[in-house]
Design a protein around this ligand. Structure first.
Ligand SMILES: [Zn+2]
Ligand SMILES: [Zn+2]
Length: 335
């Protein structure tokens, strides 16, 4: 199986938290948290369609300006998710600039901002062409789980405790479409862009009779052949379990929080979990509303995740990051 989702931390574990997830074969990415974004290129940021902000402490939100600078003046809609008060936080950022020249741009950026509350999703729109005035405020039902639902993937959020509400996120590929190379060879078909359309049809649940146009080369000339989706599925496609990637930061190990985190990240292929403090600093972690290495390991273990990567290390441990890694991994493996 060739993974579709390619996640990597934006900074090293002592730097600002953030996760960049690229999609294979697509010019698309998701960004979790907007801290220091300097390692990301402008081209990286231009791929981002959805931003998921855990909370707006400065180390998670200072990068909003850089992001806005890059996407401003483009004909795009970008959706940003965050916890309670997030619409006001974004509005405050936008109000910090002067927008009298927006009508000189031919392309207009739209920001859809979604605030995740316990009982609903509150949405507001900010259009560059309207000088980023807040508009179209409306509420949508929220069942405490999925905040983004697309044919191929979903993102869930859990509201966690950090003295302020802080969101944890899980990104799930609903199922994985594998293309069988031997099948391509035996049908004498070349891989190409059409495979993305084929996958799209499958994710959208198109009927087996749907016709799929496939470019073929006959005697050195390019032609298009039509195949029924059902035929291609039967000869070329194997469906397997999709990937799950979870991101949890800035929260605390309490009896209320632990089950929320475990449920959110259950059986993730890869959990990115903060661990600012070493195991013996449990009191400090509780007081600061953060996790220790051991607690990150316990959460990952209880949730049955396959791989744990810790980050958001406290600068006080910059001389012993190996200890932070070891304590978390040993607890995770039950050693
Ligand atoms: Zn933080
Ligand atoms: Zn914080």
């Amino acid at each position: 199986m060739k993974p579709i989702l390619h996640p990597s931390l934006v900074n090293d574990p002592l730097g600002d938290p953030g996760l960049f997830v690229q999609f294979l074969y697509e010019k698309r990415a998701f960004l979790f948290d907007l801290g220091d974004l300097s390692p990301l290129t402008n081209a990286d940021l231009l791929k981002v369609t959805h931003v998921f902000v855990s909370h707006t402490h400065i180390d998670h939100f200072i990068g909003f300006d850089r992001f806005l600078r890059i996407v401003f003046g483009r004909d795009k809609t970008i959706t940003l998710y965050g916890p309670e008060n997030f619409i006001a936080n974004v509005e405050g950022k936008l109000a910090g600039f002067t927008w009298n020249l927006v009508d000189r741009y031919e392309e207009s950026l739209t920001l859809e901002v979604v605030e995740v509350r316990p009982d609903r999703l509150r949405r507001a729109t900010f259009r560059a062409i309207e000088k980023f005035q807040r508009s179209d405020e409306r509420d949508e039902p929220f069942d405490g789980g999925v905040i983004l639902d697309e044919p191929a993937l979903s993102v869930s959020a859990a509201i966690l405790e950090h003295r302020v509400p802080c969101l944890g996120f899980a990104l799930k590929e609903k199922f994985h479409v594998n293309i069988n190379k031997d099948g391509l060879t035996s049908m004498q078909l070349e891989p190409g862009e059409w495979l993305n359309r084929l996958k799209q049809n499958i994710y959208e649940g198109a009927s087996d009779e749907t016709s799929v146009q496939v470019p073929v080369t006959v005697n050195g000339t390019q032609e298009t052949q039509e195949f029924a989706l059902g035929t291609l599925k039967e000869k070329l496609v194997t469906i397997t379990e999709g990937q799950k990637i979870a991101y949890v930061t800035d929260t605390v190990y309490t009896p209320e929080n632990v089950p929320r985190i475990v449920e959110l990240v259950r059986e993730a292929d890869l959990l990115f979990c903060e661990s600012p403090f070493i195991a013996e600093e449990e009191d400090r972690a509780l007081e600061r509303r953060h996790l220790t290495t051991r607690q990150a390991g316990l959460l990952a273990r209880e949730a049955g995740v396959k791989q744990l990567q810790t980050f958001h290390y406290s600068k006080r441990h910059s001389h012993q990051t190996d200890l932070l890694v070891r304590e978390a991994q040993e607890t995770f493996r039950g050693e």
